[in-house]
Design a protein around this ligand. Structure first.
Ligand SMILES: C[S@@+](CC[C@H](N)C(=O)[O-])C[C@H]1O[C@@H](n2cnc3c(N)ncnc32)[C@H](O)[C@@H]1O
Length: 251
C-alpha cells in the first residue's frame, strides 16, 4: 500500500463517524445522484431495476444508500475500515421484517481486477447469480469524490473497464481541477493524502478514450458552493466548485 493510501485510510477512519453530518457531503451526494440518473441510460429507459452497480470509494454509503432502492444491486468498495464500519452500521438498520435481504453491501478491497474471490463472492450474492457463474461483471460503475485520491487514474480506469459487461458504463463524479482556484477545496490539514486537486476535464476525456471507452463525455454536471478556510491572507469565504461527470461505455 502506498504512503498516501495509508494517509487516506487514517484520515477517513478518523472522519467516518462525522461524515454524514457534514451537510456539504450530503448536498454534493444528492447532486451526484441526480447527475448519475441523468447520464446512465438505464434510468432513462426505465430498466434501472435490472442494474447491478459497482461503486468505487463508497465510504459510509451516502451515494450507495441513495441509489440502491432504484437498482437491482450495489456493491461498494473502499479501503478505509472506519468508513465501511459506518456503512455496515446503516446496513444493520435494514428492516429485519422484510422478506428480501438488502440489495447492497460493501467490502474493504483495493481493486485491481474484478476476478478476485472477494469481489466475485460479494457480487454473486447481490446479483442472485448461481455460485458457478464465471466472472461476474457490472452494468454500471459509479464513484463520487474518490478519483482525486486514486494514485494512477489510467490503471484504475483500465480496472473499471474490465469490471464492466459489454455495453456497461462508468459514471464518475468528482470536483474539477480548473487551476489554483480548486486547491482550497480541501483545508490544508486534509491535503496530505490527496493525489490531485480535482480531476482535469481534458485529461479525463483522453484517459477514458485511451482506455477503450466509447461515447465518452466529460462535462460539468453541477456546482457545489462551500466555505473554505482562511489562507494566504484570504479570509474565510464561500467558493463555487464545479463537479465533472466522467461518462463512458464499454463497447
Ligand atoms: C472523499 S471520500 C468520499 C466517500 C463517498 N464517496 C462520499 O461521497 O461520501 C473518498 C473515499 O474513497 C476511499 N478511497 C480512497 N482510495 C481508494 C481506493 N484506492 N479504492 C477504494 N476506495 C478508496 C476513501 O477511503 C474514502 O472513503
Amino acid at each position: 500500500m502506498s504512503s498516501s493510501q495509508e494517509i487516506n485510510n487514517t484520515r477517513f477512519n478518523a472522519e467516518a463517524q462525522e461524515w454524514d453530518s457534514n451537510i456539504k457531503h450530503v448536498e454534493s451526494t444528492a447532486k451526484a445522484v441526480e447527475a448519475i440518473k441523468r447520464y446512465v441510460p438505464g434510468f432513462k429507459a426505465g430498466t434501472n431495476k435490472d442494474l447491478n452497480i459497482l461503486e468505487l470509494g463508497c465510504g459510509t454509503g451516502l451515494l450507495s444508500f441513495a441509489l440502491a432502492p432504484s437498482v437491482h444491486s450495489l456493491l461498494g468498495i473502499d479501503t478505509a475500515d472506519g468508513m465501511l464500519h459506518a456503512f455496515d452500521t446503516k446496513l444493520s438498520d435494514h428492516p429485519k421484517n422484510t422478506a428480501s435481504p438488502p440489495n447492497l453491501s460493501a467490502i474493504n478491497h483495493y481493486l485491481t481486477t474484478p476476478d478476485v474471490p472477494e469481489v466475485q463472492a460479494a457480487a454473486t450474492k447481490l446479483h442472485n447469480a448461481p455460485p458457478s457463474t464465471p466472472k461476474l461483471r457490472f452494468d454500471v460503475i459509479v464513484s463520487h469524490l474518490t478519483l482525486h485520491h486514486i494514485a494512477s487514474l489510467s490503471d484504475m480506469l483500465r480496472t473499471l473497464h474490465a469490471c464492466l459487461k459489454p455495453g456497461g458504463c462508468v459514471a464518475l463524479t468528482d470536483y474539477e481541477d480548473f487551476g489554483a482556484g480548486a486547491i482550497p477545496f480541501h483545508p490544508v490539514s486534509k491535503r496530505a493524502g490527496v493525489e490531485r486537486h480535482g480531476i482535469r476535464r481534458q485529461e479525463m476525456e483522453e484517459l477514458l478514450v485511451a482506455t477503450g471507452f466509447g461515447g465518452v463525455r466529460v462535462e460539468e454536471a453541477f456546482v457545489l458552493r462551500k466555505e473554505v478556510e482562511a489562507e494566504d491572507g484570504m479570509p474565510v469565504r464561500e467558493l463555487d466548485f464545479p463537479f465533472l461527470m466522467c461518462f463512458g461505455v464499454r463497447d
